[in-house]
Design a protein around this ligand. Structure first.
Ligand code: ATP
Ligand code: MG
Length: 398
């Protein structure tokens, strides 16, 4: 059996949708390789290469296999990952490797039944796929007396991938998130609160290849330092997927005070939201972002009724992405759990939106009325001052 097989971990990484990109395919694949390399940089002794439409990650045997899989599975654009073993492309070597692989599977996972799924990427290989399957199955039965073949519901589906230079044997196809490699679809400025929704919305846009920058509003000293730290914790969790990014932090209190003093109480929430959007748009323009991202969800709260969303949207000209708009709350919560932000999101800290919360917020605001209320404020100056006062925090992956 080949030496290599015992010296390193091999992971076969499949690109999902990236594979469908026609002329752009090499570009998307290169971006994907770059992202995988970046995430694995923390380990020494790893190589990442593109070959025959797949990505091959080789890692020193001393490294933690599960930790590597965990990192690769976070890369957007990865459809699945298979830890594999490698051998020479001869029937004898493949048979030997398959037996060794299955002996381990019996010991580690108590496998009792199996089925071979063989594929010949090298069409010059003298044995055809069904025949490879039959012969390797026979070799495994002979080498592992406790095993039986079960073609319908095997404990272990043993993949044999015969290629020109080497052949590969593996069992698991660990699912990635799919999507597109980061950096292939512009940059969005995400309005990040401490809630459940906005981290999920940010993650969903990043999954489509969008680079992320974030903006957070607080109302210090009405909101606490700890509340802001919670948002930074959330941002760091999101950064484990979308890489290091900048977070613009802005105190909204001066604007909220102006609104409370000069405008009808029931309009407070919608007016605050319009200011958030306009400040975000300014920051986005200054930082080369193509669009804004929010965690808004139709009907969830007073500020997210159809009428409120129309009035909020009218405050900016930049496109606003609302990837959660039609999702149910339970599904958003499930996603938050899956990506690991939920536990942090539900920590009970106050948000700037809950400061000066009106008793009866308008659920059907009218744009002309809102514009009339805003005419009592020097909006341009308030927005400019808010942008001017921003603090920028460098967010590194958790
Ligand atoms: P989330 O769970 O994301 O906090 P939510 O259900 O609490 O959302 P809202 O408070 O109406 O809903 O906020 C809607 C969206 O506005 C949020 O998803 C987020 O994108 C943005 N937003 C709200 N508060 C803030 C904030 N303090 N800083 C930045 N963005 C905010
Ligand atoms: Mg919120």
């Amino acid at each position: 059996m080949s030496e290599i097989m015992n010296n390193e971990h091999i992971f076969i990484v499949r690109c999902g949708e990236v594979a469908l990109k026609g002329m752009n395919k090499p570009y998307f694949e290169r971006m994907l390789v770059e992202r995988i390399k970046k995430l694995l940089k923390k380990f020494d002794g790893i190589t990442v290469k593109r070959h025959e439409g797949l990505i091959w990650v080789r890692a020193d045997k001393s490294l933690d296999k599960q930790a590597i899989i965990k990192e690769i599975s976070k890369v957007f654009g990865v459809a699945s990952i298979s830890p594999a073993i490698e051998c020479e492309s001869t029937m004898e070597a493949i048979g030997e490797a398959a037996v060794k692989y299955m002996l381990e599977a019996i010991e580690e996972r108590g496998v009792k039944t199996f089925k071979v799924e063989a594929k010949r990427a090298d069409k010059n290989f003298p044995v055809k796929s069904p025949e490879i399957g039959r012969l390797i199955g026979g070799a495994v039965l002979k080498g592992c007396k406790v095993l039986k073949v079960d073609v319908h519901n095997p404990d272990c589906l043993l993949y044999v991938d015969v290629r020109q230079e080497k052949s590969y044997i593996y069992q698991d196809k660990i699912a990635g998130f799919g999507g597109l490699p980061l950096g292939t679809n512009g940059k969005g400025l995400s309005l990040l609160s401490g809630g459940i929704d906005s981290p999920v919305a940010t993650w969903m846009m990043a999954k489509r290849g969008m680079m992320i920058e974030a903006i957070h509003f607080h109302s210090y000293p009405y909101t606490s330092q700890r509340a802001q730290e919670k948002v930074e914790d959330l941002a760091r969790l999101v950064a484990t997927y979308c890489g290091r990014f900048k977070m613009h932090v802005i105190n909204l209190l001066p604007i909220q005070e102006q609104i409370v003093q000069n405008c009808p109480e029931e309009e407070t929430t919608i007016l605050v939201r319009r200011f958030m959007m306009r400040i975000a748009q300014k920051v986005a323009e200054n930082t080369g972002c193509n669009m804004l991202i929010t965690g808004e969800n139709l009907g969830q709260v007073a500020s997210q009724t159809a009428e409120s969303l129309v009035v909020t949207d009218a405050s900016v000209t930049m496109p606003v992405m609302r990837p959660l708009i039609a999702m149910d709350k339970v599904d958003i919560m499930d996603k938050a759990m899956e990506i690991g932000t939920y536990e942090t999101s539900i920590q009970p800290y106050e948000d700037c939106c809950t400061v000066f919360l009106p008793k009866h917020p308008a659920t059907k605001p009218k744009l002309d009325r809102i514009l009339e209320s805003e005419s009592k404020l020097d909006c341009e100056a308030l927005i400019a001052a808010a942008v001017e006062s921003e603090e920028i925090i460098d967010i590194f992956p958790a």
